[in-house]
Write a protein that binds this ligand. Structure first.
Ligand code: FAD
Length: 565
């Protein structure tokens, strides 16, 4: 591919679409290159976003089958699972990113560093904006035959006041800002002009959100404070530093097996990381965080923590671009993500034209219907009244295990259902309250319609679409997509998407936990090496693997780089 000439983008003088904007058509002016000559006439595949979903799709796609255009404000792919390690200098920022143009080149595609603003579904045009070096924003259209929306999501503010005083951890630039802020606080704490109270405040680190990102950041921060602080900041006493995790649920890592979240809590308690459960942040101020907490009697009390740093990591919500698409399409009822059918086609858009993958999307999946129908069938097979849902506890355990494997994010609700069934089992002659069960199942469904917002899911969906598009290209070689009813082709050439949950892992500070197919495992150093090996193997390229290995060796030999730039 090295010899293939760089293709040119030309803004066709043609204008059009609902806003009469220039329409960017790509053409390849080097007709001596056979691949390019061919691609020019292939169906236009436009991919929005350069995250896990889009990259998996590009890696799966057969080069030359489509005329690929990738549009994203990020010209890199970010390996997010190791991002918390980059916030405290365990890993370098550049070791986690791969230039997107390397990946796009594989499919002989084009990359545009720009934002998708809107889509005109009837004319098959994506409205795109790009900011020129002098700060001017220019809008134009990019035409598509097939469009993939893989734009991810944004951090959920939950309407809490004062988030301007918080840091977020979504992108590589966030990790750089966090690293600078943490080191700035340590440096300020050492100044002779800093009072004792001020020093304690600067060294109070608060993490709002006890999910995997918040927990892994707390663990990395704790490691750094423990391992490098004594060496490089001898003036700071260990007992002046505090790390707090504020979690709204009753456990941290609540999507993991309960035994594992309890293990993580004990591990943190041993390391004196303060975990505040059943707590909701009400407001963040420049120097303190105010939250409410439910005590054991259910009474809500308001508390506050003076702090010098706050990470906001409390879940995700939809981007403005996705909200705009959802508003104009029928069949989009989910407030948190774009709804697709099981072939990942965007509900409400012309069939087979537009797909949505990864964090920005959700697959319609009425799991509660499956559970009810399974329970009913079992009751019926046993000669019991299906409406009364007579089912043994062990039958229920079988169902629950299967559901949890596929939908780990519903663990909390499954636990509540489990209690309900355990109660029923004690009283074999009783009937299970159908209304209560249904209510719980509805709650499960609202959780389950959104598959977990993980790299694992985005990656599987990207791979799935890549495979399907390869099949479509083989099924109809030389086709003009506009002339074919592609909705039918999707169904004909490939099966529906099915998510396979391969397990979850988390680093908790010189220890790691693994939740794989319902089997939990936790451990110290051995688990940490295993955790590293998994991500090392999954890292996107040989280049990033070399960089990761160098960073780990550098840290072992010289400690972390505690400098801010
Ligand atoms: P993303 O990877 O978020 O990519 C979205 C892309 O769209 C970006 O390139 C963005 O620039 C681009 N974009 C945004 N708006 C537009 C627009 N309007 N037009 C064009 N492009 C746009 N998951 C795991 O499975 N395991 C983990 O251990 C794990 N750890 C994580 C740690 C951290 C710190 C974070 C933040 C996330 C972690 N995740 C993990 C979650 C995982 O990163 C996401 O689920 C995954 O990135 C989703 O992939 P995606 O392709 O949907 O979106």
């Amino acid at each position: 591919t090295e010899d293939i000439p760089v293709s040119e983008l030309a803004l066709n003088p043609r204008r059009g679409g609902p806003k009469n904007l220039p329409i960017a058509d790509y053409f390849v002016d080097d007709d001596d290159c056979p691949e390019m000559r061919e691609i020019k006439h292939k169906p236009k595949l436009v991919i929005l976003g350069t995250g896990w979903g889009s990259v998996a799709l590009m890696k799966q796609l057969n080069p030359g089958d489509y005329h690929v255009t990738v549009i994203s404000p990020s010209n890199h792919f970010l390996f997010t699972p190791m991002l918390p390690s980059a916030t405290v200098g365990t890993l370098e920022l550049r070791s986690l990113v791969e230039p997107i143009r390397r990946i796009v080149r594989r499919v002989h595609g084009h990359f545009l560093k720009a934002m998708a603003e809107d889509v005109d579904f009837s004319e098959k045009l994506v409205e795109v904006s790009a900011i020129s070096p002098d700060g001017e924003k220019k809008h134009f259209y990019v035409p598509y035959d097939k469009l993939i929306v893989g734009v991810g999501c944004v951090t959920n503010s939950h309407g809490v006041k004062g988030l301007e005083h918080c840091h977020f951890l979504k992108d590589i630039s966030d990790a750089r800002l966090i690293r600078n802020a943490v080191i700035r606080n340590l440096e300020h704490a050492c100044l002779p002009t800093t009072s004792d109270d001020e020093r304690r405040r600067l060294l109070s680190f608060v993490i709002s959100g006890g999910g995997p990102t918040g927990v892994e950041f707390a663990a990395e921060l704790f490691d750094m404070l423990n391992e490098d602080l004594g060496k490089f900041f001898p003036k700071i006493l260990r007992n002046e530093i505090s790390v707090h995790v504020i979690q709204s649920r009753s456990h941290i890592l609540n999507t993991y097996d309960q035994a594992l979240s309890e293990f993580a809590e004990k591990h943190f308690a041993h390391d004196q990381v303060d975990i505040q459960t059943n707590s909701r942040v009400k407001e963040v101020q420049a120097d303190k965080l105010i939250y409410s907490q439910k005590d054991e009697d259910g009474k809500v009390i308001t508390k506050e923590i003076p702090m010098g740093f706050c990470l906001w990591s409390t879940g995700v919500s939809q981007t403005n671009f996705c909200k705009k698409l959802a508003d104009k399409l029928e069949g989009q009822n989910n407030k948190h993500a774009l709804e697709t059918d099981t072939h990942l086609r965007l509900n409400g858009a012309p069939l087979g034209d537009v797909y949505a993958i990864g964090d920005c999307s959700t697959v319609q999946n009425n799991v509660s219907d499956h559970i009810i129908s399974f329970l009913r069938t079992t009751a019926w097979e046993r000669g019991k009244d299906p409406e009364k849902l007579h089912i043994s506890y062990s039958d229920w355990r079988g169902v629950a295990k299967r559901v949890k494997q596929r939908f780990p994010q519903a663990s909390d609700h499954l636990r509540r259902l489990d209690k309900l069934f355990a109660q029923y089992d004690k009283d074999q002659s009783g009937t299970l309250d159908f209304g209560e069960l249904r209510e719980l199942l509805v709650q499960i469904d609202s959780k389950l319609t959104s598959l977990p917002a993980t790299a694992q899911r985005a990656h599987q969906q990207g791979q799935y679409l890549g495979r399907k598009f390869n099949k479509i290209a083989q099924a109809a070689p030389g086709m003009q997509l506009n002339e074919v009813d592609y909705g039918d082709l999707d169904d004909a050439v490939y099966k529906a998407f099915e998510y396979k949950h391969l397990g979850s892992l988390a680093y908790i500070g010189n220890a790691a936990i693994f939740d794989i197919n319902g089997h939990g495992w936790s451990g110290g150093l051995l688990a940490v090496y295993l955790w590293r090996s998994v991500y090392f193997a999954q890292s996107v390229s040989f280049r990033t693997r070399c960089l990761l290995a160098m960073d780990w060796s550098k840290r072992a030999l010289f400690g972390r780089d505690l400098m801010n730039f």
